[in-house]
Design a protein around this ligand. Structure first.
Ligand code: PLP
Length: 393
C-alpha cells in the first residue's frame, strides 16, 4: 500500500488515519471508524467539531463580507473587540490568526512601550518550560529545552526564571527588563499550574517596578479553565493578554489585548493581511457569546469536577501518580514514560477509539470540548481504563 502522504513537508509523525468528518465530541475517519475526541485539536474546538453555531456564523458572514482589508473597519471586528474588552477590562484589542502571532504582537507592544516610556528597556522575562508558539521570538520567549539551538541565531532579550519561584524572578530581572510573560497553566510543560501566591506576588512586583505583566491565555482563555479567563481565578489583572485556540472554536483567530495606557503602536508598527478579517471575527463573536455565559461556564465547571474525580479514581485503581488541572485542561500523571503507548492504545481501541495527547512521556492530557456531555466523560474514562489495561498487559 502506498504511504498516505508523499507531499506534505514533514513536521510531525502522524498515525495512518485520515479524518473525514466530526460532530461534537466525535470524529469519524475515512473507512468509518469513530473516535471520542478528548483532545479537540489541542484545546481549540471549544464547542466540539463543526457546531451549528459556527457553521451558521460562517455561512451568514461568508455571504456578506470576507476580508475588506485590514486598512478598513468591518462590523464583526468592531463587535468582537468591544465584547472582549468588556469581558476582560483590557480596553484595546488587536486581532490576528494564531497564538504565536498574538504573542509576537505582545512582545512587540511591550518593546515599543519600553522604547517610549522606559528608556529603551526591551527584555522580556519568561519561564523555563513555557510554551508561547513557533515564530522565532515566541520560541525565544518559550522555555522549551533545546529550542534555542534549532534555528540559530535566535532573537535575544528573553531571560528565564522558574515558575513559582520568586527568587529566580528577582535574579533574572535587569534594568533592561520591560515585561514578564506568563502562562497561568503551562500546558505543553505538562499542565503545570502557577501558584496563586506566586502570581499575586509577581503582579505586585511588576507593578512596583514598572514592568508589564503579559498573560498568555492562548490555551487557558475563553472558558477552558471554567471562567472566561484563567487570571480571574487568581484575582489579578494583567496589562496585556493573548488569546487564540478556543477563541475561534476551530477557525484561525487570535487576539492581543492591552490596557489603554499601553496602546502605543504608531500606525504601521503592527499589522497583517488577515488581522481582523470579518469572517473569523464573526465566528469569534459567536463563540465568545456562547462560551462566556454564566450558565455555560457553570457547565464547564461541573464537567471539570466530574473528569477530575474520574481521573482520580483511575489513578487510584491503576496505581498512577495522580491527576491535576484547572477546569477542562487536565492531566493524568503516570509512574513511567508510557504516555505515548497509552495514547496509541486508546486510539487503537475498537469499535470506537479514544483520542488523547501526551505532551510529556509521563503525562496524558485531556482537553475535551467545553460542551462535552456527562455521558461522554464517563465513556472517555471507561475507554481510558481499557487503554491502560491494554498497556499494562
Ligand atoms: N501559547 C500557548 C500557551 C500555547 O499553548 C500555544 C499553542 O499550543 C501557543 C501559544 C501557540 O499558539 P499557535 O499554535 O496558535 O501559534
Amino acid at each position: 500500500m502506498p504511504a498516505i502522504d508523499q507531499h506534505l513537508i514533514t513536521i510531525t509523525q502522524r498515525p495512518d488515519l485520515v479524518f473525514a468528518s466530526g460532530r461534537g465530541s466525535w470524529l469519524t475517519a475515512e473507512g468509518g471508524k469513530r473516535y471520542l475526541d478528548l483532545m479537540q485539536g489541542w484545546a481549540v474546538n471549544s464547542l466540539g467539531h463543526s457546531p451549528a453555531l459556527i457553521t451558521e456564523a460562517l455561512a451568514r458572514q461568508s455571504q456578506q463580507l470576507l476580508t475588506p482589508s485590514p486598512a478598513y473597519f468591518n462590523r464583526p471586528m468592531l463587535q468582537l473587540a468591544e465584547r472582549l474588552a468588556g469581558l476582560s477590562g483590557l480596553e484595546r484589542v488587536f486581532l490576528a490568526s494564531s497564538g504565536a502571532e498574538a504573542n509576537e504582537g505582545a512582545i512587540k507592544l511591550a518593546r515599543r512601550w519600553g522604547s517610549r516610556k522606559r528608556g529603551g528597556a526591551h527584555e522580556i522575562l519568561s519561564f523555563q518550560d513555557a510554551f508561547h508558539g513557533r515564530t522565532l521570538a515566541a520560541m525565544s520567549a518559550s522555555g522549551k529545552p533545546g529550542w534555542d539551538a534549532i534555528y540559530p541565531a535566535m532573537p535575544s532579550g528573553f531571560a528565564k526564571a522558574r515558575l513559582n519561584d520568586m527568587a529566580s524572578v528577582e535574579r533574572a530581572l535587569s534594568p533592561q527588563t520591560v515585561a514578564v510573560m506568563l502562562e497561568l497553566v503551562q500546558g505543553e510543560a505538562g499542565v503545570v499550574i502557577a501558584d496563586p501566591g506566586f502570581v499575586r506576588e509577581l503582579r505586585a512586583l511588576t507593578q512596583e517596578r514598572g514592568l508589564l505583566l503579559i498573560v498568555d491565555e492562548v490555551q487557558t482563555g475563553i472558558g477552558r479553565c471554567g471562567t472566561a479567563f484563567a487570571h480571574q481565578q487568581y484575582g489579578i489583572e494583567p496589562d496585556l493578554m493573548t488569546l487564540a485556540k478556543g477563541l475561534g472554536g476551530g477557525v484561525p483567530l487570535s487576539a492581543l489585548l492591552c490596557k489603554e495606557a499601553f496602546n502605543c503602536f504608531e500606525p504601521g508598527d503592527q499589522g497583517g493581511t488577515f488581522c481582523g478579517n470579518a469572517l473569523m471575527a464573526a465566528v469569534g463573536l459567536a463563540v465568545v457569546n456562547e462560551v462566556c455565559r454564566p450558565d455555560f461556564l457553570a457547565g464547564v465547571q461541573a464537567r471539570a469536577a466530574q473528569l477530575s474525580a474520574g481521573l482520580q479514581a483511575v489513578a487510584r485503581d491503576y496505581g498512577l501518580v495522580g491527576e491535576r488541572g484547572l477546569g477542562l485542561l487536565r492531566a493524568l500523571e503516570l509512574p513511567s514514560p508510557i504516555a505515548p503507548a497509552v495514547v496509541a492504545a486508546a486510539q487503537a481501541l475498537a469499535p470506537v477509539g479514544l483520542l488523547l495527547n501526551a505532551p510529556r512521556p509521563h503525562l496524558v492530557r485531556f482537553m475535551p470540548a467545553l460542551n462535552v456531555s456527562s455521558d461522554e466523560i464517563d465513556e472517555g474514562l471507561a475507554l481510558l481504563r481499557r487503554a491502560l489495561s491494554a498497556v499494562a498487559a
